[in-house]
Design a protein around this ligand. Structure first.
Ligand code: DLZ
Length: 509
């Protein structure tokens, strides 16, 4: 019985469940479609990566002898969405008798897929995505009955389940988590070891021309695209990270240095999230590097935690809590996103650096995302919808299952603490401790109310003051509130007035 096997752009893995029993008379459908390319204004590099990686993956499948139905992007085409593409394939290949797909990564698109059986009057098989270590029923069982769904306990279960960095039942080194050893500020003369970059081949060059033609107004320049677009190159990029960067990644995970956007980060989220890299393979390589004495435990554990802990945890939460999760706005954040999120023209050096890296590479590392662009959005009460759309659009690794919990939950605390135990609000002092940005900034990080004061400072106190009801009793914020209460009434009034003034002139910052 010949089947239509639909492969989405983030399913570019040879081990994809829906490809496991693919037969010669099955047809494999991959489609570049306007609906997916434009539901947010994706960064140019994201579209190039996705289309080029899809084309490369399709070429490999074709060489292996599979029958392919590949739909190239065409702005005038009647095939506007994945459902149209399925309709088209079923018309072209009328012998197909069922549809198979691996579960998709976005609730919105999964709803569309769920209608296919009825719409096309054919059996539809949706396979569990076993590229993730924790399947969704397992996550639901873990979550059931728990008052708090903290990543740390889920992560420990995943360590036991995979056996990664375990000595029997005991975690390697005696501790589960070396997070406190991942927060060193970087010596200012330290030089990043950049990730591997790849020159565009002919396929990528064609996609770059397409993106320049049809997505000219989107963020970024198509001309400096340098990501890997095949599994082979992505694996090379990852091994380069393990050999050259991982040892220092452990210590300096949270550090930021001027004009060093990658520092010791792997940027492999870009590859693993579209299927070019396999999580188990990556974790085994990192474990081996630790066992061979090439990298310290805080680096190996910190990296593996991101993959089998955080990544799996946010995916489980997403599917557990959608569609309600997307509507949460626990802090009533509605202020419009300032223009500098798109163009980076601001005097705040930290913000300018984080947005520059975003514009240049469709990437910024997790502390830029959490503590610079994210922290500012939290403090200023920027619209949850606009901020989550922004993160989904501008990062090459962003699909909703991973972006939404990270942004709405971790960054904006809009879920009321489902994901994080406290809001990640910080003043300029944090940024100054973890970077050399403030020394190179027009604003003075030591000032709060003066004309040249760092905007993060007054906004930080204003945030605490605004949300005293929600967070006043949170033990993790007790010290911050005590410091606020210690201030005189006139000090408080001056700080709140400065914050109000700052909020009124966000576009001029
Ligand atoms: C993000 C994206 C883009 C830009 N384009 C496509 C596309 O043309 N075809 C496709 O199959 N998927 C695309 N995607 C990813 C989807 O929007 C969606 O995020 C994933 O398929 C979720 O599994």
């Amino acid at each position: 019985m010949a089947r239509l096997i639909v492969i989405l752009d983030d399913q570019l893995s040879p081990a994809l469940p829906s490809l496991q029993n693919a037969a010669a008379d099955d047809v494999l459908l991959l489609a570049e479609v306007a609906a997916e390319a434009s539901y947010v204004q994706h960064h140019k590099h994201k579209i190039i990566l996705i289309f080029s990686a899809m084309r490369h993956f399709a070429a490999v499948l074709q060489q292996q002898g599979y029958q392919l139905c590949y739909i190239h992007y065409d702005s005038q085409s009647q095939i506007k969405c994945i459902t149209d593409a399925v309709q088209h394939a079923l018309t072209q290949y009328p012998h197909l008798q069922s549809i198979v797909i691996t579960q998709c990564g976005e609730y919105r698109l999964q709803q569309e897929i769920n209608n296919w059986q009825q719409r096309f009057s054919l059996p539809l098989q949706i396979l569990s995505d076993d590229r993730f270590i924790c399947d969704l029923p397992r996550f639901t069982r873990w979550a059931q009955g728990k008052k708090q769904l903290r990543m740390e306990y889920f992560y420990r279960e995943m360590r036991r389940y995979t056996g990664l960095l375990m000595q029997g039942d005991t975690p390697e080194g005696g501790k589960w988590n070396y997070d406190t050893d991942n927060r060193k500020a970087c010596p200012h003369d330290l030089q990043q070891i950049p990730p591997l970059h790849f020159a565009p081949d002919d396929i990528t060059a064609e996609v770059i021309a397409l993106v320049n033609q049809h997505f000219a107004a989107n963020m970024g320049s198509a001309d400096n695209f340098s990501y890997a677009v095949t599994g082979k190159d992505a694996r090379r990029a990852f091994l380069h990270f393990v050999q050259q960067q991982l040892a220092q990644f452990g210590d300096y995970q949270d550090a930021m240095l001027l004009d060093q956007p990658f520092l010791f980060h792997s940027i492999c989220s870009v590859y693993v999230n579209c299927g070019l890299l396999d999580v188990r393979w990556m974790c085994n390589k990192v474990q081996q590097a630790y066992q061979q004495g090439l990298v310290p435990l805080n680096a190996a554990e910190g990296f593996i935690r991101q993959l089998i802990g955080w990544r799996e945890y946010v995916r489980g939460l997403y599917w557990l809590l959608m569609p309600d999760y997307k509507q949460y706005n626990g802090l009533n954040a509605e202020r419009p996103l300032p223009g500098f999120y798109w163009h980076g023209n601001t005097q705040m050096r930290c913000m300018q650096q984080a947005v520059k890296s975003t514009i240049d590479h469709a990437y910024s590392h997790h502390i830029h995302r959490l503590m610079i662009t994210g922290n500012f959005a939290l403090l200023a009460g920027l619209s949850v919808k606009q901020v989550t759309d922004w993160y989904l659009a501008v990062y090459a690794d962003a699909y909703e299952w991973v972006e939404l919990p990270n942004t709405l939950g971790m960054v904006l605390f809009a879920d009321g603490g489902v994901l994080a135990s406290k809001p990640y609000a910080a003043s300029g002092a944090y940024i100054n401790r973890m970077s050399n940005y403030c020394k190179n900034c027009a604003y003075n990080v030591k000032h709060t109310t003066e004309a040249d004061a760092c905007p993060f400072n007054a906004l930080y106190w204003d945030f605490l003051h605004r949300h005293q009801q929600q967070f006043g009793a949170n033990p993790r914020l007790a010290l911050a509130f005590a410091n606020w209460q210690k201030r005189s009434d006139s000090d408080k009034a001056a700080i709140l007035a400065k914050a109000a003034n700052t909020l009124n002139r966000l576009e001029q910052l």
